[in-house]
Ligand binder design. Sequence first.
Ligand code: GLN
Length: 231
Amino acid sequence: PQVDAAEKTYTIGTDVTFPPFVYANSNNKYVGIDMELIRSIAKEEGFKVDIKPIGFNAAVQSLSSGQIDGVIAGMTITDERREKFDFSTPYYKSGIVMAVAPKSDVKSLKDLKGKRVAVKTGTSGATYANSIKDRYGFKTVTFDDSDNVYNDVKNGNSAACFDDSAVLNYGVKTGLGLKVVTKPTDTGSYGFAVEKGKNKELMAKFNSGLKKLKANGQYDKIIKKYTGESA
Ligand code: GLN
């Protein structure tokens, strides 16, 4: 495609391993729903993106200190985050679920008494786990990326983990080696984020591009490609 010298480049922070939203494929290229959305929107709206796969918490921190222009990383729109960030139109729904090792007999929150639970730094799954840990008598341990969270459960160091249903359910289908034992307790939606009151032009372009992708069927195609399900 032709490169327009006048096209603006925005720096976009993202997670490293959060399939089907963002992950590196076998060619070490970042793919997934979020990557295809941002790239298609950029194309549609005439801007360029410089993707920085720095991890979820690092991306959110970099955004709040103005080091990057936006974050797309399966980021849940929450009231607390709205104080610091502006969010796009929601583009995907996901709640939080608990997952355990395949042979575990942990079936519910009550079974977590005295146990250790793995969560990812700065996520809504971590906030949720921390909000109920005293009531259910468990401890949390944090990791910076999802792979380490899941491995801690798989190797038996943690009895369970809390993460997004859209990601864990996809993991179950694609051989992650964990099972989901609860229904999504807290439903939220993912949005693209910019620093509050800043980058209004980028946000307007994102929303306009998303609307076009929804109207022309490309959004559905991307969701279907990565989840096998209709949007
Ligand atoms: N949706 C969760 C959040 O916003 C997790 C995001 C992620 O781990 N990439 O906190």
